[in-house]
Design a binder for this molecule. Structure first.
Ligand code: NAP
Length: 314
């Protein structure tokens, strides 16, 4: 078992990278475990104009690269390993990855969330063949095409605006007649001639032969059904936290958000949760970063406390 690290961070999004800057600067040996790529959902975000310090728009990819460089500069180690399990033995957190087993007294859970699925016929079958959950990743494939965007939050609206760079038309379909999205984004979307908005409407199915050719919608008030021809279906209906590896340690079932106190500490001493995995998180990049920093400082204090009690040797 590898006991080299003072702090183990699970996940590699903005909360994790911010936490690592602080733990490393506090001279705590820190590892980040990331199963896919750094940045998490940030990588799929094209327009970021509300992250302090960047008065011009910055892309998620650029911001991730800056955060990675900063964390590495202070000595953060990044290991591309998937965390499969977390256990507790005498206060020590045992982290099992697909490559090794690690133990540490402080673990920060920053595993983020994955896009929520619509669960309609055709969604799974046409994933990668017109169905997408990431406009930044796939938008360029829809040059001069007609696309629909599902959802009414900031993701749907900002990604819908981004898609107008490529697509001929972008039809935003939302199940209610009010949006959750921020007014400034809505104003920009409504004034874009490529964007059309359809309210009180749900998607019943996605169809096509080899690739997406259209969606069947239903108006929830009139029950009227329509077949809307399109080549792309971009789904932004929220996210599901990545808590499966915790088993029933903190959650009764997978998909739950983890409760913490104001120090980001969970019900287990020395175990912190930050960002989209955390209950009541505001799910903003800036708040995720703040939560990561809070957990980093709290873990530094916790390790000092345990060291004073001689529970931690080094
Ligand atoms: P969200 O705010 O939870 O919005 C999800 C949207 O999907 C809602 O409009 C919801 O409709 C709809 N929806 C959920 N389940 C659905 C279903 N089964 N069928 C049809 N529609 C469904 O998620 P988000 O837009 O991903 O945003 C998440 C967080 O990230 C928010 O706090 C947001 O502010 C933040 N964010 C910020 C920015 C930015 O500022 N640049 C960009 C992206 C995200 P209802 O409204 O009817 O529930």
């Amino acid at each position: 078992m590898n006991k080299d690290y003072d702090v183990i961070i699970v996940g590699g999004g903005p909360a994790a990278l911010a936490a690592a800057v602080y733990t490393c600067r506090a001279l705590l040996k820190t590892v980040i475990f990331e199963k896919k790529y750094l940045g998490g959902q940030l990588v799929g975000t094209e327009l970021i104009e509300n992250y302090p310090g960047f008065p011009e728009v910055i892309s998620g990819v650029d911001l991730t690269q800056r955060m990675e460089a900063q964390a590495k500069r202070f000595g953060a180690e990044i290991r591309y390993e998937e965390v499969l399990k977390l256990g507790i033995e005498n206060g020590l957190k045992i982290v099992t990855t697909d490559a090794n087993t690690y133990a540490s007294h402080a673990v920060i859970l920053a595993a983020g969330a994955d896009p929520k699925k619509l669960d309609v016929p055709g969604e799974k079958e046409f994933y990668g063949k017109g169905v997408s959950y990431c406009a930044t990743c796939d938008g360029a494939f829809f040059r001069d095409k007609d696309v629909v965007v599902i959802g009414g939050g900031d993701s749907a609206i900002t990604e819908g605006i981004f898609l107008t760079k490529y697509a001929k038309t972008v039809q935003i379909i939302h199940r209610r007649n009010e949006f959750r999205a921020t007014k400034i984004y809505l104003d920009e979307a409504f004034s874009n001639p490529k964007i059309k908005v359809t309210l009180d409407t749900v998607i019943e199915s996605i169809h096509g032969t080899e690739k997406v050719e259209g969606v069947v919608t239903q108006n929830v008030l009139t029950k009227e059904k329509k077949d809307i021809p399109c080549q792309g279906v971009f789904i932004f209906v929220g996210s599901v936290p990545n808590t499966g590896f915790l088993g029933n340690l903190l959650c009764v079932d997978t998909g739950c958000h983890i409760e913490t106190n104001i120090h980001m500490e969970t019900a287990i001493e020395g175990l912190y949760a930050v960002g989209d995995i955390r209950k009541n998180s505001y799910r903003q990049i800036a708040t995720a970063v703040g939560e990561g920093v809070t957990a980093a400082i709290a873990s530094e204090h916790k390790l000092a406390e345990l060291k004073a009690l001689s529970k931690v040797k080094k």
